[in-house]
Write a protein that binds this ligand. Structure first.
Ligand SMILES: [Zn+2]
Length: 382
């Protein structure tokens, strides 16, 4: 009998500890993200989305998180280390629309595992887009994608579109994007901000549960080309991955990275190559962060797709106008005959232990120990 009671007590305390930890995570006070956005023309504009009225999170230093991904179009990029497969484009001129033949998926060696399924996926929604195909990307050596900056790997066929969403996860807006994608039975790639992942890990886990690909977009959306110390830039990259990894609780994270403001310091391009992380610029920037009305977002994307014929589209699940636009935008893509391609990674991303530790330390996130304080600290003399 004593044994049974003892077992019951142990079980209860374990359950209580779990409940306590979960509560800590979910009720962590939130930081107030910045609404500043650096635009392609270097002007600063506020963005529409407002942070929720949650209390402030216990982040050591809450700095503003910018919300745009545009880069000055005129800066030629230096080439990455010659040993790396990634080469940066020397100019940012607009690519010619729809080359005749699609290239093979980047860097797939002949002896590798069979490619991902290429058959269209059936969709319960008769008006849904459905996935035209899924590609698997071997990120070895850090290949670059997106013709605004990287012109090596052209893997899309005419009419094919890859949807990418940056700066989330964010309440209301990210779930709205997820609902629209689900309605059309399609999958996209998300580049969350590390800090935002720690604010709303449960939303990021919804993204993962829906089968979308999740990469990273730095820790605090710092523009890395402006950082003088390479170690600081490296920390932004690595802590971003560590934060996403922490939020996902074991769900896969792709070694996919997008530089904030699409500014690619060559030293960090080389570093990502050494880390086997693929870099994603874009084929067309929606500039949705400048827009307040959903119609503007729809027009922007549809006009650019008409011009380019295909491509990787950059949008923001953080942006309210995009969240409002996305359902109609997907309907428009279907009506105009576009096909959706889902990018996946051949291998999952890895984090570096020192940055995982830095994240936990800085944010006072739950540690491995889940024992209640009364178990850990006892008064033995009073
Ligand atoms: Zn961004």
């Amino acid at each position: 009998m004593r044994v049974i009671i003892a077992c019951a007590l142990v079980l209860l305390s374990v359950l209580a500890a779990i409940a306590l930890t979960k509560t800590n995570v979910l009720t962590q006070p939130k930081s107030v993200a910045s609404d500043a956005a650096a635009t392609r023309t270097e002007s600063i504009k506020p963005v529409a989305a407002k942070p929720p009225a949650d209390p402030v999170m216990t982040v050591a230093a809450v700095t503003p998180v910018a919300m745009s991904d545009s880069a000055p179009a005129s800066t030629p990029m230096a080439a990455a280390a010659s040993a790396k497969p990634t080469t940066l484009a020397a100019s940012t001129s607009t690519p010619a629309a729809a080359p005749a033949a699609p290239a093979a998926v980047a860097q797939a060696p002949a002896a590798s595992a069979p490619p991902a399924p290429t058959q269209p996926v059936a969709c319960a929604n008769p008006n849904g887009l459905g996935l035209a195909r899924t590609v698997q990307i071997d990120t070895t050596g850090g290949p670059g994608f997106g013709f605004e900056h990287f012109k090596t790997h052209d893997f899309l066929k005419p009419g094919e579109v890859v949807l990418t969403f940056d700066d989330g996860p964010w309440p209301n807006n990210t779930p709205a994007v997820l609902a629209a994608l689900a309605n059309h039975c399609i999958k996209a790639t998300f580049f969350p901000i590390g800090k935002h992942a720690t604010y709303y890990p449960e939303i990021l886990r919804q993204v993962a549960a829906a089968g979308h690909t999740i990469g990273s977009h730095t820790w605090s959306h710092a523009v890395l080309s402006k950082m003088k110390n390479p170690e600081d830039a490296k920390t932004e990259i690595e802590k971003g991955f560590s934060a996403v990894h922490w939020a996902l609780e074991g769900a896969p994270m792709a070694p996919f990275f997008r530089f904030p403001a699409l500014q690619h310091p060559p030293e960090m391009v080389t570093y990502l190559g050494e880390r086997n992380v693929a870099i994603f610029s874009t084929d067309m920037d929606s500039f949705d962060f400048k827009m307040r009305k959903p119609e503007q977002v729809i027009k922007s994307v549809m006009d650019k797709l008409k011009k380019h014929g295909k491509g990787i589209v950059l949008m923001h699940d953080f942006q309210h106008a995009t969240a409002e636009a996305i359902a109609t935008l997907l309907d428009q893509l279907k009506l105009n005959g576009y096909k959706i391609v889902h990018m996946t990674a051949k291998n999952p991303a890895t984090t570096l232990p020192q940055y995982d530790e830095m994240l936990l330390k800085d944010q006072k996130l739950p540690t491995v120990s889940q024992r209640p304080t009364s178990d850990v600290v006892r008064t033995i003399d009073q």
